[in-house]
Each structure stands twice: as structure tokens, then as C-alpha cells.
Design a protein around this ligand. Sequence first.
Ligand code: HEC
Ligand code: HEC
Length: 475
Amino acid sequence: MTSCRLIASILLVTCAGFFGAAANSQTVPWAEVTPAVGKIDKLPSGVLTKEELEQLTDIGEELFIAKFTAVEGAGRPKSTQAIIPTKPRKGTEIAFSRTAGPDANACSSCHNDPAVGGAGDFVTNVFVSEGFTNADFDTTDPQFSNERGTNHLFGAGLVELLAREMTDDLHSIRQAALAQAASSGEPVTIDLETKGVLFGSLTAMPDGIVDLSRIDGIDADLVVRPFSQKGVMASLRQFTVNAMNHHHGMQAVERFGPRWTGSDDFDEDGRSAELAAADISALVAWQATLPNPVRMEPEQAAWIDVAARGERLFSDFGCAACHIPALPLKSLKFSDPGPMDVSGTLNDSQVAAPAVYDLQLLEWTKQLERNEDGEILVPLFGDLKRHAMTDVRNEQLGNELLSQRFVDRNIFMTAELWGVGSTAPYGHRNDFSTLDEIILAHGGEARDAQLKYRDAGENDRSAIIAFLRTLVIQP
Ligand code: HEC
Ligand code: HEC
């Protein structure tokens, strides 16, 4: 310490830490850091009151709009964008790269249209590449990346809750089939249906083997993964940890810390413990409590009438088979860390008690309709299922070069259409400037619906657009 003082008297910057808060470049009020990072000293747990939830989400919002700096660990010289912590084969010389990342300063650099937490236009596209798993290089070569448009996060808590309940249902169905096959000594084939969405079927054998060859639009573990355009990410928490590393080089301890990597500073940028589990919790809480998009009541009487007709045609043409107007949800209690996450994302088995955010405390959930069973109707216009979107006659949505997590290149999760009136442009690459174009781009499993739309008269097509444009994010 003495020698440090000695050096420090000459070179003030080097040993700032020894001189208490006043001289520490990281703790002075004008420090070039995000005050919200590390602000929560304890992982939230148990059921939060409305006030506690608001305090947490305020910090989450600050973190979402923060432009992270090198002082607090932005950048990742010795870590690729890969989801599994991976060192680059060669070092990286550039701090930022639009294609390989880090590619932005804040979450809200991309998610900001029409408000923070929203979508982004074409310029915010992300090159999702070897980040899929564990590639040991970051590259600007497009053959290693799929370009994706930024989707909005409004209502994301409800989406994750729906996915969790659907996963539970599917696991119960599998369990019941296995039990029945064991007791009857005969194979049992059963539909994998939850909340009105059919994910194919499975056959349970008496010896406990399950034949999964006829499952549809879901992974073999029967976990509904509702996030990303591809439907391959299970939770807001997982996505947040991924995004922090990919876009900002801010590494969460729960994945990049000693537990999984044996290192305090995996990306070797001289900063350890960049984001604590509580920082990630705050971000998750903020995203999970964002209000759902709503229906706008147009001022023009003509628009109201035409939109009502458009909504009927949307159903008649078969659009609503995938873009299901509402899915029923049993519980509004969002727990975090959640039940679906595995290694590298904190999950509920790794904490004494997860935090519970009761969305019922929030004003906006009071507007949601309920069905006769008391279930909340989540008006997402989606099915949280993946579909093949191309055929030989229409390959517009088959523009990606790489499959992702075993999901073929032409398969995408049904886009949730709530908010679509506020989030132009459209499509997984954000490269369709009009709704008309993206609807005509539907092929594959959506071919019949697309043909009905294509062959309908101008008036009917216009009515569908009028309807879709009432599905907005309230600023
Ligand atoms: C450079 C632009 C960009 C930045 C910065 C960015 N995102 Fe995203 N975000 C995207 C894109 C593009 C997608 C769609 C990715 C895909 O389909 O693979 C996305 C998807 C998401 C999703 C999934 C939403 C859904 O409905 O599927 C979440 C959650 C998310 N981002 C959270 C964050 C958080 C948290 C941050 C900051 C740590 C962040 N994003 C920073 C562009 C960005
Ligand atoms: C077989 C399921 C299916 C059917 C049927 C279907 N869609 Fe889609 N829809 C999807 C999928 C999957 C996507 C995401 C496509 C992509 O970008 O890769 C999508 C995307 C969209 C989008 C773009 C959303 C955005 O934010 O970019 C709109 C608008 C849309 N569909 C409207 C319709 C209309 C109108 C119909 C009826 C004519 C229809 N869809 C029928 C599955 C379907």
C-alpha cells in the first residue's frame, strides 16, 4: 500500500481505490458510469409490494436506457458474442462492430419505437450469428449471420407467463401418457394441445420411451420458447444476459462469472463482476411489467367500420389460426428467476426464494378481459409456435443462411401482432415497409391464408390493413 501511495502521489489515477470515495474516479458524482449498476445490494425475493416493484422497475428502466461505458466494463476484447462464454480464437482489435457486436451503447438504442421498450427500424437490425452457441470467432462475414429486426417488448411478461403455463401443460400431457402406457402395457398416442394450440402429438411406450417424431413447432424438450423471431429463447432473463454480452460487452456474473468460467473477468477488459444478478433482475422486472399493446379507437367513423370488417376477414382468411387473437392465462404472478432456465442463466432452484411480481398490482392489467373461467385473455394475436413460412412458390421469408438451435432456416415463430400498428417496418429482417408486402410474403404453412388475401379484392385487403393498424402500442 505504501508503495502504491508513493506512485500515486506522482500518478494520481492508478491507485484511486485506496483514497476513498472522494478520489475514486468511479464513485464521484460526475463519474462516467451508470449509477443504476450495482444499486441493488440484495437479490429481490418473495412477493414484492407495489412500491417495492416500482423501485425495482425504475432501476430496471435506468439500466435499459443506460449507455454503458468502458469504465464499468462495456466491451469484450476476449469474449465472442456466443451465448456460451467463449474466447475468440484471435483477439479482437475493434471496440465496436455493427455485424459482430458489441453494436450499440444501450438496450434502448434499438428498442425505442414508439417508446423505450419498443421496436426499432431497419437501422437497428442485429446480426445474430455464431452467438447461437459457442463459436470461437466474431466475424463481419454475412454467411455467418442471420439479420433480424428489433421486436418490441410491450406485454413481454404476459408472453413469458403464457409460455410457462403452456410448457407445464405439455409436460403434464407427456407424464400422463407415460403413466397410461406403463399401466396398460400398450403404446399411447396423445395430442400435444395447450391453450388451443396444437404442437403435434407424441407416443409414449410402455418401457418409458417417448416417440417425438410427430411433434410440431416446438423443441423435443417440449419447452415453449417464446422469444426471438425464431422462437428459440425461453425467458426474459436468458435474453437479457445474452443481449448484455452480445450488444454491449457487459457480462453478467451469473453466466460469465467464476461459477461457469472460473474467472472474475472473462472478457479480460480489466473489469470484474460487471453485472450482478440483482442488476439483471431489475432489467427483467422492468421488461416483464411493460404494459401490453392495445386497440386504438380511430377518430374516423369510416376507419372503425372498415377495421371491424377487416377483423372478420382476418378470421375468415385463416390468419387467426396462427395469429390467435387471445390466449388464456391462469396467473399474473411473474416469478424471477424463473423455472425454465438452465446453466448460465440463474433459475429458481439456485435461489432460496424467487422474487414474485404480481402484475395484478399494475393498473394496465385491470383492462385485460377475462373468460368465463376467470382466466386473463392475453390479446397477443399469436400462438407461440414455430411454422415453416416458405414453399417453392414463395420463398421471400427463406432468406437466412443459417439454422438456429436445430430450427430450419425457413421456420419462424408466429409474430405477435399486438402493437404491429406502431412497429413498421415488418418481417423478421424488418425489410418490408408495408403490411401488405409482409402479408403477401407469407408462404409455407400460411400459403392458403396468403392466397385468400392475395385473391381478395382491394377493399377486403384494405380492410385487413385497417384492422391491423388499430393494434398499437400506447405511447
Ligand atoms: C443493436 C440492437 C439491439 C440492442 C442494443 C438490443 N436489442 Fe433486444 N432485440 C434486438 C433484435 C434484432 C431482436 C430480435 C432478435 C432475434 O430474433 O433473434 C431483439 C429481441 C429482444 C428480446 C426478445 C423479444 C421477443 O419478443 O422476442 C428481448 C427480451 C430483448 N431483445 C431485450 C434486450 C435487452 C434487455 C437489451 C439490452 C441489454 C437489448 N435487447 C438490446 C435488437 C437489439
Ligand atoms: C401458418 C401460420 C400463419 C398464418 C396462417 C398467418 N401468419 Fe402472419 N406470420 C406468421 C409468422 C411465422 C410470421 C413471422 C414471419 C417472419 O417474419 O419470418 C408472421 C408475420 C406476420 C406479420 C408481420 C408482423 C411483424 O411485426 O413484422 C403480419 C402483419 C402478419 N403475419 C399478418 C398475417 C395475416 C394478415 C394473415 C392472413 C392473411 C397471416 N398473417 C397468416 C404466421 C402466420
